[in-house]
Design a protein around this ligand. Structure first.
Ligand SMILES: [Zn+2]
Length: 411
């Protein structure tokens, strides 16, 4: 018998979040499940980064040198880790919130899923990548779960891990020796506070610019198409999407207008900038490495915004063609956006319309140019948890939205 009540969802979430932390919409994956789910786990150094030489959606290739292989096999000592999002040969960029980014020269622990083209995906995106950082004289492993301006930033309750201890524990578990976690650091011993600023929700870390949809200035609505299959393959989730659009409309005094452009079939999210802003389901192309599971978590959904990077193929060299300014601040113009719901997510989304509306609202916030919030109660906080349900924006979100879309005061 199937139960479909919020209570069911809450119980599930509480079970999943015991000891969990806090970025795109995801449910935290336990370290045990990460090790068991990854075909390859490696400690690497990032040698170089390049736009992926492929047709289709822009992606970024990281060439990484294997320092130590903790699980599985790879051929060669350097592999290519391909992350969705980047800048295409035509200068059109796709920014995906929730895709991990790596610093050249940095040491990283990667949980990997091999692809048929010989490249590797990072399992559960930012959940499967730990950077080595020096904190208070210790080497720690930390994830970037919130993509705030201040890197590094882990989630609200995300433990810091002793790097060497974590590596040893992974190696043991991958070899069949299951022992309790012994590498979490006492937060009292390690002073590790994220810096929070008033622009935390806004500025893109790479370009240092805000993204902004300028259609509202021209009195255009932001039109969204809904993949006819829906959350459950039978069109489910439409009502939740309407509720999600209303959340943003309510706070923006009519400045933000989302409009329904109807159902479509047979289009893929991120399939080039095609002028259709699409909410798509089931990740048919495998843009998200790893399936969502109601028993072990994972990435639920992510959003990419399209922008024109002009001639430069790196974010440091942003073209000037589609830069605008609003209230005295320069921004990158959002040309369009797509939302992709991961495969497997129906086990959660088809059960709870309120939670689903909250997740769609989070992704629509990205389409407006908002990044992740640090406040676990915020809709723009990436982790889905028991605190996630209310369809209400926090003051920081309202103010960030106002900064992007309110008319500047006349003077
Ligand atoms: Zn997000």
């Amino acid at each position: 018998m199937k139960r479909s009540h919020p209570a069911w969802t809450l119980a599930l979430l509480l079970a999943l979040f015991a000891g969990a932390a806090g970025a795109t919409s995801f449910v935290m994956v336990a370290d045990e499940a990460l090790v068991d789910g990854a075909e390859v786990i490696a400690q690497v150094t990032v040698e170089s980064v390049e736009p992926a030489p492929i047709a289709g959606p822009p992606a970024t290739d990281y060439f990484v040198q294997i320092e130590r292989l903790l699980k599985g096999y790879v051929t060669g000592s350097t592999i290519v880790v391909r992350v969705p999002g980047g800048i295409g040969p035509d200068g059109i960029g796709l920014r995906i919130w929730g895709a991990p980014e790596f610093r050249v020269g940095g040491r990283t622990l990667l949980f990997l899923a091999p692809r048929t083209d010989g490249t590797y995906g990072v399992l559960h995106l930012m959940l499967g990548a730990f950077s080595e950082l020096e904190v208070g004289g210790r080497r720690v492993a930390a994830r970037s779960l919130a993509e705030a301006v201040a890197m590094p930033f882990t989630g609200a309750d995300e433990p810091l891990r002793d790097f060497a201890g974590f590596v040893n524990w992974i190696t043991d578990r991958a070899g069949g020796l299951n022992r309790p976690i012994d590498y979490y650091l006492d937060p009292a011993l390690v002073d590790f506070r994220p810096r929070r600023g008033d622009r935390e929700l806004l500025e893109d870390r790479c370009t240092q610019l805000n993204f902004r949809w300028s259609g509202f200035d021209r009195d255009e609505a932001f039109k969204w198409s809904f993949d006819g299959g829906g959350v459950d393959g039978r069109g489910g989730g439409r009502g939740a999407f309407l509720r999600a659009r209303r959340i943003w409309k309510r706070v923006s005094a009519g400045a933000v207008r989302f409009q329904n452009a109807g159902a479509v079939r047979g289009r893929a999210a991120f399939d080039g900038f095609d002028g259709v802003n699409l909410l798509a389901f089931d990740d048919p192309r495998g843009d998200i490495a790893g399936r969502f599971s109601c028993s072990s978590g994972g990435v639920l959904s992510l959003t990419g915004v399209w922008f024109d990077n002009g001639r430069g193929q790196s974010c440091e060299r942003v073209g000037t063609g589609h830069k605008g300014s609003h209230a005295g601040r320069p921004y990158l113009e959002i040309l369009g956006a797509d939302i992709l719901v991961n495969d497997g997510a129906a086990c959660l989304l088809a059960e709870d319309a309120t939670l689903t509306a909250r997740i769609f609202a989070h992704e629509l916030g990205h389409s407006l140019g908002l990044a992740h919030a640090a406040d676990p109660r915020a809709i723009m906080f990436g982790e889905v948890s028991e605190a996630s349900a209310p369809e209400r924006l926090e003051a920081t979100e309202v103010s960030a939205l106002g900064g992007l879309y309110d008319s500047p005061p006349s003077r």
